[in-house]
Design a protein around this ligand. Structure first.
Ligand code: ATP
Ligand code: MG
Length: 408
């Protein structure tokens, strides 16, 4: 409200737009607020001391209030203007890679993705400006692209992921016209920068509707372009237990978010990749006698996660913990000795334990073993030492230490 009113009082048009309007009309709490204005970025910058200009593709102002950021964008146009500073650059594939064309509110609306995302709340008279039937679509709970769906997906293939995401988040139906081009266009996702796909991953899988997003992505044939090493076996009836494990993990993630508990993207990445890592480990062991099981697991984890990173750039601060989580799995098999006891104190124990529980639910790990690790966490330390068989005097020979040395 503060931003809208200050823009208006300075003589500019100011509208709340996008998810902010859509979600408020649906009675939901918006995730963030976007504002559209006829003021140029420099003018916005000058009005707010707590603002800065960002963006290469399109310049916009970020106005900060504590942890909250309000994004203010100047209306975007559709036609490249003569002004040398204003340009739209198309990739050979037709994808827009740079544009800084300012325009009218009508043009701005037509560039947005879905009709329900092109509703504008005008602070000057509290009216809602509707373009492209957005209000009717909101009422009938359907997602329709503005303009020709095939062309809109070509311009920006991420819109296909947004279709799956909004269908999941809002529980809307994707209009058949918006579904039809997806099979032919899905592979355009392979050209989208992997860092942008990570941002989209977070919105799809860490916002409380992971399971539904996943099912829509699968239904539309998009998931294989995000996690090819996972998608390739999901339809195999022999892998039903592993597929169910993935759904459980997604459901757990949604439940954690609903309960206000923290989540980390590395966990789902690890769950998605676990089967591929496991199979590659077995393959490496079969191919060569030089590998210990742990060495094969480490090599397989590196190989699979490197390949996955070409699709979605998982930042290193998540990538390393994910590898740890996967590489700890064999250690749950041992219930005796100091090394088993040390597992409890490992900084990735919690995530690794959660993955092990999922593996137990799919039948890959004995439930009895899983129960051992569940129970032991509840025990006082003396009892833990008992159960790990550490009752005797602490004595570790050099040879023993070497043999049990942790690879991580
Ligand atoms: P939410 O914030 O709940 O994820 P949202 O609709 O606000 O949903 P944002 O990513 O915040 O989505 O984008 C704000 C608005 O910008 C959208 O409502 C839409 O109008 C426009 N927009 C965002 N991304 C695109 C895109 N790839 N193509 C066209 N328009 C887009
Ligand atoms: Mg938003």
């Amino acid at each position: 409200m503060k931003v809208l009113y200050r823009l208006k009082d300075a003589g500019h048009q100011a509208f709340l737009v996008g998810g902010g309007v859509r979600d408020l009309l649906l009675g939901r709490r918006p995730k963030d607020f976007d504002i559209a204005t006829d003021a140029r970025p420099e003018q916005v910058r000058a009005l707010f001391s707590n603002s800065r200009l960002i963006g290469r593709r399109f310049r916009l102002a970020h106005i900060r209030f504590g942890r909250e950021i309000i994004e203010v964008a100047t209306f975007r146009g559709t036609s490249p203007a003569e002004d040398g500073d204003q340009k739209q650059v198309l990739h050979a594939s037709g994808r827009i890679i740079a544009d800084n064309v300012y325009g009218t509110i009508e043009e701005d609306a037509l560039r947005r993705d879905f009709t329900v995302n092109a509703l504008y709340y005008n602070i000057a008279d509290y009216s809602i400006w509707v373009f492209a039937d957005g209000l009717a679509d909101l009422e009938s709970r359907q997602l329709r692209l503005i303009g020709d769906p095939g062309r809109r997906y070509t311009e920006d293939p991420v819109r296909m992921l947004r279709a799956a995401r909004f269908a999941a988040k809002l529980d809307f139906v994707l209009h058949p016209d918006a579904v039809a081009p997806i099979p032919a266009m899905a592979s355009l996702l392979d050209d989208v920068p992997s860092a942008r796909l990570f941002d989209e991953f977070l919105k799809m899988f860490q916002s409380g509707h992971a399971l539904s997003s996943y099912r829509h992505l699968r239904e539309f044939g998009l998931f294989r372009h995000l996690f090819p090493d996972t998608d390739c076996w999901l339809d195999d009836p022999a892998c039903a237990a592993d597929a169910a494990m993935i759904e459980s993990a997604l459901e757990n993630t949604d439940q954690r978010i609903a309960a206000g508990k923290p989540v980390t993207p590395m966990f789902l990445f690890g769950v998605f990749l676990w089967r591929a890592v496991r199979l590659r480990t077995e393959q490496l062991l079969a191919e060569s006698d030089d590998f210990s099981h742990m060495q094969a697991l480490i090599a397989a984890t590196a190989e699979i996660s490197t390949r996955q990173a070409q699709r979605i750039a998982l930042p290193r601060r998540f990538g390393f913990p994910m590898r740890d989580m996967l590489q700890l799995q064999p250690r749950f098999a041992t219930r005796k000795g100091r090394r088993a006891m040390n597992l409890l104190g490992h900084r990735r124990f919690r995530a690794a334990y959660d993955l092990m529980l999922l593996r137990a639910s799919s039948g890959e790990v004995d439930q009895e073993l899983a129960d051992f690790w569940t129970d032991i966490q509840e025990q006082p330390e003396t009892e833990q030492r008992n159960r790990f068989g550490l009752t005797g005097r602490r004595r570790r020979s050099a040879k023993h230490r070497r043999r049990s040395g942790s690879p991580d």
